[in-house]
Ligand binder design. Structure first.
Ligand SMILES: Nc1ncnc2c1ncn2[C@@H]1O[C@H](COP(=O)(O)OP(=O)(O)OP(=O)(O)O)[C@@H](O)[C@H]1O
Ligand SMILES: [Mg+2]
Length: 326
């Protein structure tokens, strides 16, 4: 399957008074046509920084230190700000975890969606108004004509998130990045928003990078998953394989920490602290927490190895067969 966006060896550092924080360390993955790729990991593992880097919105004291982000034959890391502006909103769209604050309180909801069509598709005002109402209907907002004349504060959290999705999909982006899109929503609203995302992804052909730390969301929404730990991607697998045969010791701990499949699934803390990303050690960043750690793990970074079709893991213990498969 073709990749819509291909991230290769991407690193992001933040200069601090204490040294360089390597928040993202040689991360590689691709999001393929029509798929939902989940990006999971504990808080602070670098998920949002990765998303921000794909949009080329890392600001000082952060900087992209290496890597490439290929989108439609172009490397986003080599484009200038004008070219990037052209891509943001049209080819890549973002929905954030705070829809209400992302919406403009001074414009009606309809005006905001319509603006996307004016700015990115060059439609006239009348056309864009019509399309905005269609879009609001598509994301399941009842009475879209009446609701289009209202302001964000008259919308519930779930309805604001629907508006954000309408804005994001208005211009039919190739890639939609959803960073914890259901934070702060109640369970059933969250489930409906995720259904909607998946459905619209299928309908509009947009690929989705879904960032979450909820493994339940991953199980129900994603096709494939990339697992991040302390700024590194440690495993990439189809969703079934990840839950049935997690290979990396970190992924195993994550999957094991799921309390019960019939309840809301969230990550439980994993023993050991997430290592400091400040002047991080050269090798595997899971070494201090790992039951299979060897001297080599601290010196050398394990490369991604394909252990089953489409199932990649970066771990010496798995490679050597020391970590028994589950
Ligand atoms: N402005 C900054 N200055 C210094 N370090 C930063 C800055 N922004 C992010 N970081 C570093 O990047 C790391 C990753 O942050 P990021 O927001 O990507 O985590 P995350 O995986 O999205 O977590 P969460 O699940 O809580 O959203 C942080 O732990 C922090 O060390
Ligand atoms: Mg985040």
């Amino acid at each position: 399957m073709t990749a819509v966006v291909e991230v290769r060896d991407l690193s992001v550092g933040f200069a601090t008074d204490y040294g360089e924080v390597e928040a993202v360390d040689e991360v590689s993955f691709e999001v393929r046509e029509g798929e939902v790729l989940g990006l999971v990991g504990e808080s602070g593992s670098g998920k949002s920084v990765t998303a921000t880097a794909i949009l080329r919105l890392i600001r000082k004291p952060g900087r992209l230190t290496q890597g490439s982000i290929m989108l439609g034959g172009r490397d986003l890391c080599r484009l200038n700000e004008d070219e990037l502006q052209q891509i943001r909103g049209t080819e890549i769209a973002l929905i954030s975890q705070t829809p209400r604050t992302a919406l403009n309180p001074l414009l009606t909801v309809g005006q905001q969606v319509a603006r996307m069509f004016v700015l990115h598709a060059g439609l006239t005002k009348a056309e864009s108004r019509k399309r905005a109402i269609e879009m609001l209907a598509l994301v399941g907002i009842p009475e879209p004509e009446r609701r289009a004349r209202q302001y964000a504060h008259q919308f519930s959290g779930g309805m604001c998130q629907r508006v954000m999705i309408a804005m994001a999909l208005a211009t039919r982006p190739r890639l939609l990045i959803a960073d914890e899109p259901t934070t702060g929503l109640d369970v059933s609203t969250a489930a409906r928003i995720l259904d909607l995302l998946r459905e619209l992804g299928r309908e509009t052909g947009a690929s989705i990078l879904l960032i979450t730390h909820d493994l339940g969301v991953v199980a129900t929404t994603c096709h494939r998953v990339a697992v991040m730990h302390a700024g590194q991607v440690v495993e990439v697998a189809p969703v079934r394989a990840l839950f049935r045969h997690p290979a990396h010791p970190y992924t195993r701990a994550l999957v094991r920490s799921i309390p019960r499949v019939d309840r809301e699934i969230t990550m439980e803390p994993i023993p050991g602290a997430v290592p400091s990303l400040l002047n991080a050690p050269a090798g595997c960043r899971y070494a201090d927490r790992c039951p299979w750690v060897e001297e080599r793990c601290r010196r050398q970074k394990p490369a991604m190895t394909e252990i089953a079709p489409e199932h990649f893991v970066a771990c010496f213990a798995v490679e050597d067969g020391r970590a028994a498969p589950v």
